[in-house]
Design a protein around this ligand. Structure first.
Ligand SMILES: [Zn+2]
Length: 115
């Protein structure tokens, strides 16, 4: 299976007023540091294991973006706290499944959201 990559225009993703640089890291590094994805709000960076495929990569990206939402908009819990992990995992897994099961939803949102 071919590795999924982000297009150039998504190398940075804005959350609130912060632009997060998305960086792919190799499996050896991410395993040694115990993550699939990790958010660094100080460096404004999201690191993602480069060996993840499609839904696993998308789910991991959502997971880290929801951590960012939590930091910028939310509970401001400690990154990686048990409460935040449960919340972010629930929302990322649920949102990924909603998109999988409702293929027209993102298309409808993209066509109708006011930017
Ligand atoms: Zn997490």
């Amino acid at each position: 299976m071919k590795k999924l990559k982000l297009p150039d225009e998504l190398q940075t993703i804005s959350v609130s007023y912060t632009k997060y640089n998305v960086k792919f890291v190799d499996q050896e590094y991410s395993e040694a540091n115990g993550f699939l994805g990790i958010l660094d709000t100080e460096k404004q960076q999201i690191k993602i294991r480069d060996s993840l495929h499609n839904n696993e990569l998308i789910n991991t990206l959502f997971h880290e973006l929801f951590h960012a939402c939590n930091f910028h908009f939310g509970m401001k819990t400690e990154y990686g706290s048990e409460l935040e992990e449960k919340f972010v995992e629930c929302i990322a897994n649920g949102f990924t499944e909603i998109i999988v099961k409702n293929p027209e939803l993102l298309k409808w949102i993209d066509e109708n959201i006011e930017r």
